[in-house]
Every structure is written in structure tokens, then in C-alpha cells.
Design a protein around this ligand. Structure first.
Ligand code: DON
Length: 575
């Protein structure tokens, strides 16, 4: 063969291999951005700017978080909210940690079988769309509590940027235009004719100005009257009118009685790092720590990133963790969640004892662990729209908040006259044991509907500490994929030494016991790995856009490296 022909021949042989290695290696092109004095990473540039301005004006991380929560209500109506709920994990610069639960509650008139027909079957969509799907909102009370305990700036100052954005309007992105157009028919279907806040004649286009005057007025009421501006007075009246129109259950008393709750975070060690995360009613912290502790005895680094072995190990841990989640996690004020038992070292070690690299363990062979507690009922399915933001201030105080209406635009019900959307968080309860919810997860007694109870969540706002210093602030939306996404972001940094943006850009894999299918982003698993996984008995399928992670990493030199997920319009600001 002539030398030049040989060259082409070799190139033809090598090219596929080069392409594969490009596709499967965690993105080396990720550009790491670092800031000295603090950073804010959110789902929308306008909200990130609001947070940064508050930090620069002398506000701390909690001040910035409150301002961002209200700003996201305006600029990211899919998930940013005052009509929903969420969780905050906090770590002060000195290392004090705390967790705030502002999850929605079931209305007092809610009942176990409220989404079942006369035959006992789940009525489709009743817990997902419309007035009956809404829980009692918690976000406003949560922000008030967070500010009262940790805030430095005046409450009114924190509301002002959101009010201005609502009144003057902001330019929507192309992704937002697409999404609002996609939901148009549901906005019409679930609302009274008249004010339909996210509708316009014809289609939305990128750059259109979205003005929300009624929302601006509601935010002013919250600014001036605090809790009473939302849970009482005009806003409460408008919520009640909505309930009367759409046969919803939220009452005046429900609104008056709503209380967010300070809880002790879930904490644990992973390879020398301290992981601080959300306790029940989120399943996030418990499941995240179970996963980390189950893989800790293995050398993930040596196995290689998203190699056959590492995916097997992680999948098998996830299989066992999500089985436990289905049976034992729920609102701790209504159900005794066996947190200690679930995180017990020996339990977790034994739980992985029957796992083998030879072949997959079918999910039918894995049951929830046995803690001597009655396990009545199997798991349910979870949707796609929630939002997470991460903030660190100049002193090093850190806030991780994940907040949601549940599905994108929640129940799709706008509170007429008040200009905001109500959540459809009731779908996170188990409507019937063993019947999957929107995210495919199932549940039983621990997560059954009861008046005043909080529905189980997967939201996992998390802060990681290393050598006594802040190390990482992380979280994501994604329903049941939240836990596995936060887990992968942490191991990408801790085990695979990735930078923050690189750890977020890297392709993701998700598994949740049921369905017994490994889902992966195309950029995350190459065809050879996929083939070998199948040979070992794993069913696999491509699923694009798993999670939207917004996170901050403190480098050894004390700089803040930001990671904003390119799967969305997410944006990092810092100084
Ligand atoms: O609390 C939960 O787990 C769900 N309501 C979260 C929903 C979600 O993440 C949808 N987003 N992508």
C-alpha cells in the first residue's frame, strides 16, 4: 500500500474511535468561570442579576435568595413561584447548618381517595391539572421565615426588583416563547375566560416583552403586609374565588394555618466531605446519602467515568434506594420515617451484598428493606419543571433552594386578579398504592393523602463541606431524576476531579428501580458501553435533558467556580 493510502486507511480506522471518545468523555471543553466575592446561579439571567445586585448592596446569601425566589416568580413562571413551595438548605460561613421546609400541604378537606373513581381507579390528570391538584402554597411563608432568621437587608428592598420586573416587563427567551406556546391550550382549558396571564394573540416570539401588572400588585401586597399580603386579604380572597370556580379544596383556614418549618438537615460523610441535604418530607437527603454510602467502598475513579462497571454499580445502588423510597419516605409529622435505619452503615453494606458485576439484579427481585415497620404499598411516577438556585455571599454563607409548582406551570390555574399560578403538588402524594405518578415513582401508606400533610418530594438542595470549608452548593429540578443528578454532580467533582461547569455539562444516567430501565443522555453513554450493559441484562433507553443543575464550587484558592446548566437558559453571575 502506498504511504499516503496507508495514512487514509489508518485515519478511517481511527476516526470512529476518536468520535466515540469525544462523545463519551466528560466535556473537556467546559469553560470554568470563577469569582472572588460571591456568586448566584439560577434558571434565568434576570433572576441571577437580581441576586447579584442584592449581594453587591450588602445583602447576604439569604437576602439574595429571597429576592431571587420572588424574581423567578416573574421571569420563570414554569417553576419560579409564590403559589408553590420548596426547600432551603443553609450553611453559614462559620459552619452552622439549617434547613427550611416550605413544602405545600394538603388542604384540610383533602382525603386519601380523592383522586379515585367509584371503582377505585386513579382518575387521570385530576391530581396534575386544575384546581383540585393544588396544595396550600408555602413559598411566601418560607421566604418570610428565612428572612426573619438570617436576613440583613429590609424585606421591602428584596421584593422591589421582582415588582419592577413584573411591572416594566422583561424580554422572554426563545425557550420561554416555545414553552408558553406549547402550554397555550392548557392555559385556556383550566382558567376562567378573561385574564390569562401568559397568553397573547398569536404566538410568543423570542424578545417579546412579558408584563405582569396583577402580579406586580400582589408582590406589593407581600412587600407591604408580609404574610397577610398573601395568606389573607385580597390575595386570599382571589384564591378562594378560584377554588369556588374550579371546585378546589383550599380554604381560608388552610391559608391562615400554613406554616413553613425549620428542620434539622440530613448530614453524612462521603470520601472526607460532609454532605448537608434536605430531610423528609423530601426523600432527597436520605436517598442521596444512601447512594453515596453504597458506592463509597468502591473505587469509582479507577472504574472510569460512566464505564460499564461504574454504571452497573450506581444502577444497582439506585435500584435498592428507590425501592426503599417507595415504602418508607413521607411527611415525618405524619409517618415515622426510619431515617437512622435507612442510613445505617451495616444496613447499606448488606443491601449491596447480593450485587454482582456479572449481571443485573432484576427489580422484581429487590424489595424495600425491612425495618420491622409495616410497608403498605409500593411506589408511584414523577414531571418536568422545578427550579434550583445556588448562592454564596462575600462572607461565605451559602444557600441552596429548590422550589417548584411541580409540573411546568403547575396546575395551569392562574389566580385571577392576583396574576400568579397555583401548584399541582398534590400529584406528589401517592394517589393509590403502587400507581405511578407523573415521574413514574410509586408510594404507599407513608405518602398517602391526609389533611395538612406534606407530599413527598425528591428535591435535593445540598451543600457540601470539605476540610471545614464550604465546598459545593448544588441542586436541580427533574422530578425523580433530581436525586440521581445531584449524586452524579457530586461524584463528578469528588471522584472524577471535574470543574463545576464540566461536572454539569457531563452526560447523565438515571435509574429508579421501576421502571427497570437505565435511562441515559446520548452524550453520557457510548454505544460500546450501552451494548455491554445490555449484555449484562440491563434494559437501556435514551432520555434527553435530564435535570438542570445550578451549582457553585469553592476552589482550593477560595474562588467560586460556577456551573449553570446549558440544558436550560440557566445563568451564573458573580463578582
Ligand atoms: O417535589 C418533587 O419532587 C417534584 N414536585 C419536583 C418536580 C420537578 O422537579 C419537575 N421538574 N423538572
Amino acid at each position: 500500500m502506498k504511504p499516503y493510502k496507508l495514512k487514509y486507511y489508518l485515519l478511517a480506522l481511527l476516526l470512529p474511535a476518536l468520535l466515540i471518545s469525544f462523545v463519551v468523555s466528560p466535556n473537556n471543553q467546559s469553560k470554568e468561570i470563577e469569582f472572588k466575592n460571591g456568586a448566584v446561579v439560577t434558571a434565568h439571567g434576570e433572576a441571577s442579576k437580581v441576586g447579584l445586585a442584592i449581594l453587591k448592596d450588602g445583602g447576604n446569601a439569604v437576602d439574595a435568595a429571597v429576592a431571587v425566589q420572588f424574581a423567578l416568580t416573574v421571569v420563570y413562571p414554569n417553576a419560579g413561584n409564590i403559589g408553590g413551595g420548596g426547600f432551603m438548605v443553609y450553611r453559614s460561613a462559620k459552619g452552622e447548618v439549617n434547613a427550611l421546609d416550605f413544602r405545600e400541604t394538603a388542604p384540610a378537606a383533602a382525603s386519601k381517595d380523592m383522586y379515585l373513581d367509584a371503582q377505585g381507579n386513579v382518575i387521570q390528570n385530576l391530581s396534575i391539572y386544575g384546581h383540585l391538584s393544588a396544595g396550600v402554597p408555602g413559598s411566601v411563608d418560607g421566604m418570610i421565615k428565612a428572612h426573619a432568621k438570617y436576613g440583613k437587608l429590609k424585606w421591602a428592598v428584596l421584593l422591589e426588583p421582582a415588582i419592577q420586573l413584573a411591572r416594566k416587563g422583561f424580554k422572554i427567551t426563545s425557550m420561554q416563547a416555545r414553552e408558553m406556546n406549547k402550554h397555550r391550550s392548557d392555559f385556556i382549558k383550566y382558567n376562567q375566560p378573561g385574564h390569562n396571564y401568559l397568553l397573547k394573540e398569536g404566538d410568543w416570539q423570542e424578545g417579546d416583552l412579558l408584563v405582569q401588572e396583577d402580579l406586580a400588585k400582589t408582590l406589593e401586597l407581600i412587600r407591604d403586609k408580609g404574610r397577610a399580603g398573601f395568606y389573607e386579604g385580597i390575595t386570599a380572597e382571589n384564591i378562594i374565588k378560584e377554588m369556588q370556580f374550579g371546585k378546589g379544596l383550599i380554604s381560608r383556614e388552610d391559608l391562615k394555618n400554613y406554616k413553613s418549618i425549620w428542620r434539622k438537615p440530613i448530614t453524612g460523610q462521603y470520601r472526607g466531605c460532609k454532605v448537608i441535604s434536605m430531610p423528609p418530607p423530601s426523600s432527597g437527603g436520605v436517598c442521596l446519602l444512601q447512594l453515596l454510602k453504597m458506592v463509597e467502598p468502591y473505587d469509582l475513579k479507577n472504574m472510569g467515568w460512566n464505564s460499564v462497571k461504574s454504571i452497573q454499580l450506581i444502577t444497582e445502588a439506585e435500584r435498592r434506594v428507590y425501592a426503599d423510597r417507595s415504602a418508607y419516605l413521607g411527611d415525618p409529622d405524619f409517618y415515622k420515617v426510619p431515617v437512622e435505619e435507612m442510613l445505617d452503615k451495616t444496613y447499606l453494606k448488606n443491601r449491596m451484598a447480593d450485587f454482582s458485576f456479572e449481571k443485573a439484579t432484576p427489580s422484581s427481585m429487590v424489595k424495600p428493606g425491612n425495618f420491622g415497620i409495616p410497608n403498605k404499598g409500593m411506589p408511584k411516577k414523577e414531571s418536568e419543571q422545578t427550579t434550583h438556585f445556588s448562592i454564596v455571599d462575600k462572607e461565605g454563607n451559602a444557600v441552596a433552594i429548590t422550589t417548584t409548582l411541580n409540573n411546568s406551570y403547575g396546575s395551569h390555574v392562574f389566580v385571577q386578579g392576583s396574576g400568579f399560578l397555583l401548584n399541582d403538588e398534590m400529584d406528589d402524594f401517592s394517589a393509590k398504592p403502587g400507581v405511578p405518578n407523573l415521574y413514574g415513582v410509586t408510594g404507599g401508606e407513608a405518602n398517602s393523602i391526609q389533611p395538612g400533610k406534606r407530599m413527598l418530594s425528591s428535591m435535593t438542595p445540598t451543600i457540601v463541606e470539605k476540610d471545614g470549608h464550604l465546598f459545593m452548593v448544588v441542586g436541580t429540578p427533574g422530578g425523580s431524576t433530581i436525586i440521581t443528578t445531584v449524586f452524579q454532580t457530586i461524584i463528578n467533582v469528588v471522584d472524577y476531579n471535574m470543574g463545576m461547569q464540566q461536572a454539569i455539562d457531563a452526560g447523565r444516567v438515571h435509574f429508579q428501580w421501576l421502571p427497570d430501565v437505565v435511562q441515559y443522555e446520548e452524550i453520557g453513554v457510548d454505544s460500546t458501553t450501552n451494548f455491554q450493559l445490555k449484555q449484562k441484562g440491563y434494559a437501556t433507553e435514551v432520555r434527553n435533558g435530564i435535570g438542570r443543575t445550578d451549582a457553585i464550587l469553592r476552589t482550593p484558592s477560595g474562588l467560586y467556580q460556577t456551573g449553570a446548566d446549558k440544558r436550560g437558559d440557566d445563568n451564573a453571575q458573580g463578582w
